[in-house]
Design a protein around this ligand. Structure first.
Ligand SMILES: *Cc1c(COP(=O)(O)O)cnc(C)c1O
Length: 390
């Protein structure tokens, strides 16, 4: 039995896993304490819950508990990493290297820093969506304090060569920050193996609640320091003040644990479903995969349907299937996706593209229905347009 709408927009957000909700519930009511209240049991219980969640989160990414700072989500973590680092290391240098396909939360924080006199290099990407390691290394100057390259792209799922970037950063004594919001919990991410010094991620992209996330900050080899961007009671070792969102943090912890336990099996299952979806839709004339197909997240497929407008296509089935055109963050505007344009897609092909992102609750029946329904819609739209390919 199919339940509509079929949700294939897991990169925009995920539903909370029922086990996550269950873990959170007591912390709204009976265990409502403030984790900073040291004088009574309600406070201690809240603190204990936060400590446990911190262990669960650290275990997912191979970090130490002292290296996890809880935030309101990846947007805040990205801002804290970039602005906090630029401020702390201003005396050392004023140059940051990032790339054109980063999330807006990184790009706009960089723009903000540029207004304050920081120099930012925006590396291009090739047709598959990868940065060039040669260009990265060539861009490093004695003034470079940070390399900010995302782990996996939210629109295409393309995974950057993170380990190599980490190695280059280390060789040159530059700090490496990665927005890993789409990768953490989906593929193995280990801050030691990957050589990452700062890393953002978010609960609502990994079956946890909205409004909570984390920033990993390396404590040794090298010890990374950042300037807090929210001042107050000195929570989170002074890195991020504000009463802790205890239920949210408990939810992030539980979500992280579930991802760690199921990552391998879930990745295998989803890549099979994704491949099935892709093979089905690639039977349509001219359909192409956007982004390097070989180094992608297992659950993401971004497809271009030439001679069909993406919005018209989506309107043809969006009562029954939820997918994204371009990125969710810019879909309010009709601009073609800047990420797809950076891959070299012309405007019309970028506008003809849809992102399918699968997840924990996606079934074979849903994929079969989606192939059939999208194929029908593409064929009927093309039949209406006498100039298009069939
Ligand atoms: C969703 C997302 C963000 C923003 O995360 P929020 O927790 O919603 O603020 C940042 N970066 C990437 C790559 C994302 O996919």
């Amino acid at each position: 039995m199919l339940h509509f709408p079929i949700y294939l927009d897991y990169n925009a957000t995920t539903p909370c896993d029922p086990q996550v909700v269950e873990a959170m519930l007591p912390y709204f009511t009976t265990q409502f304490g403030n984790a900073a209240s040291r004088q009574h049991a309600l406070g201690w219980q809240a603190e204990e819950a936060v400590d446990y969640a911190r262990k669960q989160v650290a275990a997912l990414i191979g970090a130490d508990v002292t290296e996890i700072v809880f935030t309101s989500g990846a947007t805040e973590s990205n801002n804290l990493a970039l602005k906090g680092l630029a401020e702390m290391y201003a005396a050392k240098g004023n140059h940051i290297i990032t790339c054109v396909t980063e999330h807006k939360a990184v790009l706009d924080a960089c723009k903000h820093l540029e207004k304050q006199g920081v120099l930012v290099t925006y590396l291009p990407v090739d047709r598959e969506g990868f940065i060039s390691l040669e260009q990265l290394e060539a861009a490093i100057t004695p003034q470079t304090i940070l390399i900010a390259i995302m782990y996996a792209n939210n629109e295409t799922g393309v995974i950057q060569p993170v380990e190599e970037i980490g190695r280059i950063a280390k060789q040159h004594g530059v700090i490496f920050f990665s927005d890993a919001t789409q990768a953490v919990g989906k593929i193995p991410v280990n801050v030691l193996a990957d050589g990452i010094d700062l890393m953002s991620f978010s609960a609502h992209k990994l079956y946890g609640p909205k409004g909570v996330g984390a920033l990993y900050i390396r404590r040794k080899n090298p010890r990374v320091r950042i300037t807090a961007q929210i001042d107050g009671g000195g929570h989170e070792r002074g890195a991020r003040s504000g009463t802790l969102n205890v239920p949210g943090i408990v939810g992030l912890g539980k979500a992280a644990e579930l991802c760690r336990l199921h990552l391998q099996a879930e990745g295998g299952r989803l890549s099979q479903l994704r491949d099935q979806l892709e093979q089905g839709l690639l039977l349509l004339e001219g359909v192409q995969v956007n982004g390097g197909a070989d180094n992608r997240l297992p659950h993401v497929s971004n497809l271009a349907f030439p001679n069909v407008d993406g919005n018209a296509l989506m309107l043809g089935f969006n009562k029954n299937i939820a997918v994204a055109t371009g990125s969710a963050c810019t879909s309010a505007s009709m601009e073609p996706s800047f990420v797809l344009k950076a891959l070299g897609l012309p405007d019309d092909l970028a506008r003809s593209s849809l992102r399918f992102s699968l997840g924990r609750f996606t079934t074979v029946a849903e994929i079969e229905y989606t192939i059939q329904r999208v194929s029908e819609t593409v064929r009927s739209l093309r039949a209406l347009d006498p100039f298009s390919a069939s």
